[in-house]
Design a protein around this ligand. Structure first.
Ligand SMILES: [Zn+2]
Length: 66
């Protein structure tokens, strides 16, 4: 994935798991792997900031829409 400002390939700054619904038995528990992408170009205004967050649901095979 490229930075929308400078077009450089972004790096993954951090990856973590996000869990929804695990505190309520009436809700379906959903597990996401979240990646935060940062621009690696020091001349870019977005350098060092989180540019984009990518979420993939990992408790199922299907992709997250939206
Ligand atoms: Zn950039």
């Amino acid at each position: 994935m490229e930075c929308p400002d400078c077009g450089c390939r972004m790096k993954i700054e951090r990856t973590y798991l996000e869990i929804e619904g695990d505190d309520s038995p009436s809700l379906e528990t959903k597990v996401y792997s979240v990646q935060e992408l940062c621009c690696r170009n020091p001349k870019c205004i977005r350098y060092g900031r989180m540019v984009q967050q990518v979420r993939h649901r990992i408790d199922r095979q299907e992709e997250v829409s939206g």
